[in-house]
Design a protein around this ligand. Sequence first.
Ligand SMILES: [Zn+2]
Length: 221
Amino acid sequence: MSKEFKKHQGFPVQRILSLRGMTVDFTEIEEGGKSIIIHLNQDKRFKKSFCSECGKRVPRKRRARRKIRDLPMLQKAVYLDCELFIVKCPHCGQRRERLDFVDKCSRMTTRFESFIFKLVAMTTVKDTADKYDLSWDTVKNVDKKYLTEKFSEIDYGNLEYVSIDEITNKKGRDYLTIVMNLDTRKVIWVGEGRKEENIDEFFDALSKKQKETIKRAVRIK
Ligand SMILES: [Zn+2]
């Protein structure tokens, strides 16, 4: 074996998970063998907690546990049973502490959400939901959240003339609305659904100034 590889006794779950502030207590496989539950405790070296709402350092109140879905491993669903602290925030009240690897209201790790988002882009919301035994709404919400984040960062440039078009996927079930900057020929926005239904979302995402620069929006039939 080459020098770069380290030998491990057993399966090095903790290193593979690589979750800051957490140590693996034990793992179990659910009956039927379809999912793995990894029980995690707080790493005692991390003595500070932060509010999941405002991000400020806050005093700890009591311990709690939360089940969070993570990336699948060897075709099995993976759940993290995480120990965390309920905190008392002077600004927000009683909250869960912030965990680096999960968004405040989510029950999935951010890496699993990001994986779902990429998969939806290649397949459909329904296919992704079926494959990973998630509800349609859960997948749809993740997709929407990431699309919003992705496109809120975009500099639309000098927008004067835009085209609004729609395409369907292979099966003809799902529509995508595509907005293009006609001067640069670049796609500047993609939304799920037919153009009549969701084009307002595109205009809502623009600043007042950006809206004013648009001279013409052409709807392609
Ligand atoms: Zn707070």
